[in-house]
Write a protein that binds this ligand. Sequence first.
Ligand code: GLA
Length: 381
Amino acid sequence: MIQETREQFIHLFEKEPLMVVSPGRINLIGEHTDYNDGFVLPAAIDKKIVYAIALNNTQQCNVHAVFTNETVSFSLEEVKPTPGWINYLMGVVYQLQERGLPVQGFDCVLAGDIPVGAGMSSSAAVEGGLVAALDHIFAYGLDRMQMALIGQKAEHTFPGVKCGIMDQFANLHGKKDQVMRLDGRSLEFEYFPFNFPDYKIVLCNSMVHHSLASSEYNVRRQQCEEGVKAIQANHPAVKSLRDADMNMLNEVRAQLSSKVYDRCNYVIAEIQRVQDATALLKKGDLQQFGELMYATHEGLSKLYEVSCPELDFLVSLARERKEVAGARVMGGGFGGCTINLVKADKVEEYVSFIKSRYLDQYGKEPEVYVTIIEEGVSIID
Ligand code: GLA
């Protein structure tokens, strides 16, 4: 894909581009915890966005997207929220301009194989790839965390999703065969190997496009803030759900709607689960780790309400199978993928089981991706 994208760029723009590879991500556990100052356990994967990009000595940016086969142009003098995929690029350019970093016109070809709306963070990959490309071209000297924060701000201000930092972080910090535990509060992180040669990471795409995701995502965030506010009246030191425990939440139960209570209940438990899960992973206990993934799914489905019947069905199928250590909905939810840890020698059998049962139930075949953990954004000079 890298070579093809480069050739297409040369064909369209008649010069040599800079190539940037920008991956999607998985998250093993720790969902909807990042914006509550909690922990997450993501990794970058082999699904990616590819940029071919070069300056054009104008104040105009021309972007050709291979997946829609269209070229969209915008002027650097008029960068504002705009419908469509170009919004993600314009958001990044706007954030760079806001910080006084120089941006000049560029031509670019954008290709990729991250399914959109599948919970694998195609948007963070678009953002992170462009920040890294422009940082390289203009020698801004940004570090990777600064780049991630710029991508996150772009997402907040242009598409308007008040996302946490996990996706942009994972996209820019990934390392081959390593998972990362990120502290959403301090932004400190550690790498450790995901060393389970007997298991594969299998993503099952429900093919439900998570269109509710942005509006409902922001609602979840507000509900968590509402819970924190109530707890703060008794415990002023509590700044986020990271600082809260179930006792504190139960003290204010009567003041909260049952939905807000359930949301906070899930998040408090999930933040602890990531800690427990990390310890299990370091011990090599994938079976117990998998049980925690199922517990996360239960919480995301019943308490946080970001699952859907199709995703619940995929997880119930996983539960029937001995070769699966654990499974759950991954990412923001409302559609997209489940992540499954599956015995390597049984993957084929599992995939055909999932496909046929899902087809019977919903009349459509889920796409399945057996994925591997890869490097974060890479510049190919
Ligand atoms: C989306 C957001 C992340 C995170 C997940 C849920 O992917 O971009 O910041 O909140 O949802 O864990």
